[in-house]
Design a protein around this ligand. Structure first.
Ligand SMILES: C[S@@+](CC[C@H](N)C(=O)[O-])C[C@H]1O[C@@H](n2cnc3c(N)ncnc32)[C@H](O)[C@@H]1O
Ligand SMILES: [Zn+2]
Length: 370
């Protein structure tokens, strides 16, 4: 394997040279490494610096970059696992070069997670994490990280695959990114509840082609009941921009107050908060001096997440303008008008055109008018 050095954050490792004729997907290299996931790994390192788990498992480590960054940049004891012996050779090379104290295992992730417990268990598979979630919940003593790159099934573009993997009905709307994030979170919460574990989101977000969850698991039946109570549905009008959240285990039947047609439910999904404000505030403080792999991405993401209203759906303000045949002015004018009327209003982290507000639709329409 031809290797080249990369530095991400404060960590320098060797990764396979990418065939210049096939630069993407990066999975075409003998061992996977994708520099576009640097932001994903930055946020994990920042969360771990806030939570300081007693141990960390990178269950699908590939080159080892995620776990190596955790070990090198936080000092938390790490286990790096991959089922591919080629990946293990590369991980071993990288651990030696960094002079790190790390445990390396070459096992099927589900088998390892069924045998052992770790303070923080991290899943970063190809595509869907669904087949690994159950074992990861059993293996995690306290924290769980999950990356999903199967955004098409999660967000409703591949409806049947979404239902099979997550036992939820996705919906391809303008806020499908948020639906995907919340369906994954809801799915983890339901798996955790089986083991009397509750889920507390620490920092969860969607970016480009992935969804990333950082969660705390709390072991008690009451914590599990509390997180199940956060499950619900978003109901969307098929004819107009009306949508509503319902925090209920089974979806009710609802009608659009504007069009009189039945609303389409999507879920079950997580309707609660997706961040812990204290963890996020700590990450933002730390990020000031943090050597990031993607400084620009991180500096943009964290403050928007902090300021995003705690609401489970958003509107695309251009689409609102198109529907109501209004040409909307700058997004900040709309947000300020809504705030002046006493509503919560803010931007969303996954789209430059998205807004979140608790204002009713007719009020949003009024504020949209020039
Ligand atoms: C997307 S890559 C991991 C990327 C890596 N975490 C990073 O940040 O660059 C997925 C890795 O999972 C490994 N893998 C796939 N199925 C596995 C399984 N059942 N058990 C352990 N490793 C597995 C693959 O060999 C591959 O190296
Ligand atoms: Zn309607």
């Amino acid at each position: 394997m031809d290797l080249t050095q990369v530095t991400e954050g404060r960590t320098t490792i060797a990764v396979p040279c990418q065939n210049p004729d096939v630069p993407f997907p990066p999975g075409t290299a003998p061992v996977f490494y994708n520099s576009r996931m640097a932001l994903n790994r930055d946020t994990t390192v920042l969360v771990i610096r806030q939570t300081t788990p007693h141990s960390y498992l990178d269950a699908m480590a590939a080159s080892g970059i995620r776990g190596l960054r955790v070990g090198y940049e936080t000092g938390v004891p790490i286990t790096l696992n991959d089922k591919d012996p080629l990946a293990i050779d590369l991980i071993t090379h990288n651990v030696k070069a960094l002079d790190l104290d790390a445990r390396i295992t070459c096992r099927d992730a589900n088998s390892l997670m069924s045998d052992e417990k770790f303070g923080f268990v991290d899943l970063d598979p190809f595509g869907t994490p669904a087949p690994f979630i159950d074992a990861a919940i059993r293996s995690s003593g306290k924290y769980l990280g999950v990356t999903a790159t199967d955004t098409a099934p999660l967000c409703g573009a591949h409806l049947k695959a979404g239902i099979r993997r997550y036992m939820a009905r996705p919906l391809n709307t303008e806020y499908h990114t948020e639906v995907g994030l919340r369906i994954l979170l809801g799915n983890v919460a339901r798996h955790a509840a089986v083991y009397d574990k509750g889920v507390s989101p620490l920092f969860c977000y969607a970016h480009e082609h992935f969804v990333r969850l950082h969660l705390q698991l709390k072991s008690s039946a009451s914590a599990a009941d509390k997180s199940i109570a956060q499950l619900g549905y978003i109901h969307q009008c098929p004819k107009c921009p009306y949508r509503m959240e319902e925090q209920r285990f089974f979806p009710g039947v609802h009608t659009c107050p504007f069009c009189g047609v039945p609303l389409t439910p999507t879920g079950p999904l997580w309707t609660g908060s997706i961040h812990d404000p204290d963890i996020l505030a700590g990450m933002i403080m730390d990020a000031d001096t943090f050597v990031a792999g993607d400084k620009a991405g991180l500096s943009k993401l964290l403050p928007v997440c902090r300021d995003e209203p705690d609401i489970s759906f958003s509107y695309d303000y251009h689409k609102l303008g198109k529907f109501y045949r209004l040409s909307p002015g700058p997004i900040d004018v709309l947000l300020n008008r809504l705030r002046d009327k006493g509503y919560h209003a803010g931007r969303v982290h996954y789209s430059g055109y998205g807004i979140k507000t608790d204002a009713p639709l007719d009020e949003i329409r009024e504020c949209l008018s020039p």
